[in-house]
Write a protein that binds this ligand. Structure first.
Ligand SMILES: C[S@@+](CC[C@H](N)C(=O)[O-])C[C@H]1O[C@@H](n2cnc3c(N)ncnc32)[C@H](O)[C@@H]1O
Length: 318
């Protein structure tokens, strides 16, 4: 009996990190999953569509700041240096920096491998003189930079308020890890959204065309396809709002009916949708200027985008 049990455990295929995180996150209360799982090919395309909806101000605001301050940013990057972007997506923001600075190598890092290689190829066609060294990796885990940039000055780039998707201790861990990876003397440019009118925040994550809702639902579609789950997507509703008490935007996918969901050969009433109203929650944190100043005091080499906006009087960034 014992021998049989040992044999079957030994031949059971190893579960992926995605499967383990999905089981843990969907069994917990509140149910949640790390934001990185939103980005497969479909999720990356939907994120790009979000950046074009009129309510979603962060992308056009940050593009505006980068264009306005490109000269200043370029001065942080020594000629012949390497720009390393964490979560590069469409590379639209890096293109502004690459146009302004004499960068020799660009290292886009992204977990969405198909989208990364497509965007790196497109950038290569547009900027044939630039050395592009894409890395398909999870930037929350250890990974190596390409040996080709070992002797180059390095500048990290982390726009898109992606840092706001981390819980605060994870954000601090990520910043320490990035500082160690970039090495002594490097600069790190981080784009952070600011807390602003609640109506503006609420609208940004509840666009009228329903693109953010589709992006959220894509996570359940991905779990169905890749982990053999059977969520009934038609029974989920997207709702997003700024939670004043917790200073964060919360996005909920709530089930309108009871669903017994199979996931990785398990059926459990604990899984998402087992009771009406059960919701998958994900949070995004815009920051108060004081929070940003505090994280800068982690002792990391940090460049401030639009410094007046971060440490001076609050301005609406629209
Ligand atoms: C909010 S989007 C920002 C995209 C782009 N930087 C911008 O500012 O528009 C987050 C990007 O980070 C990537 N990403 C999210 N979590 C990641 C992780 N743990 N490791 C690597 N890439 C990740 C996603 O695939 C996506 O391209």
């Amino acid at each position: 009996m014992n021998v049989l049990a040992r044999t079957s455990a030994a031949v059971r295929p190893k579960m992926s990190d995605f499967a383990l995180d999905a089981i843990a996150g969907l069994s917990a209360e509140p149910k949640t999953l790390p934001a990185k799982y939103f980005y497969d090919d479909g999720g990356s395309a939907l994120f790009e569509a979000i950046t074009a909806v009129p309510e979603y101000y962060p992308t056009r605001t940050e593009l505006g700041i980068l264009k306005e301050r490109a000269g200043e940013i370029a001065q942080l990057i020594p000629p012949g240096g390497a720009l390393i972007e964490f979560g590069s997506g469409s590379t639209a923001k890096a293109r502004i920096v690459l146009d302004a600075a004499a960068v020799a190598a660009y290292v886009p890092v992204d977990i969405s491998a198909g989208f990364l290689s497509q965007e790196a190829a497109r950038l290569g066609r547009d900027l044939p003189g630039l050395r592009i060294l894409p890395i398909a990796a999870d930037f929350t885990k250890p990974f190596e930079l390409p040996p080709a940039i070992r002797l180059r000055a390095r500048v990290g780039f982390f726009p898109g308020s992606t840092i706001g998707n981390f819980e605060p201790p994870e954000a601090a861990r990520f910043l320490r890890h990035a500082a160690a990876l970039l090495g002594r003397g490097a600069h790190f440019i981080v784009g952070v959204d600011l807390i602003k009118d609640v109506a503006v925040l609420d609208a940004a994550y509840n666009d009228a065309a329903g693109v953010t809702a589709a992006f959220n639902l894509n996570l359940l579609r991905r779990i169905n396809c890749e982990l053999g789950a059977d969520f009934d997507l038609n029974r989920f509703r997207h709702r997003a709002f700024f939670n004043r008490a917790r200073n964060r935007v919360e996005m909920h996918l709530a089930s309108s009916a009871a669903q017994d969901v199979r996931l990785c050969d398990r059926t459990s009433p604990l899984f998402l949708g087992a009771r009406p109203g059960a919701a998958l929650t994900r949070a995004s944190r815009p920051a108060l200027p004081s929070h940003i100043v505090r994280s800068a005091s982690l002792g990391l080499p940090t460049a401030r985008l639009g410094a007046g906006r971060l440490v001076g009087p609050r301005r609406k960034m629209l």
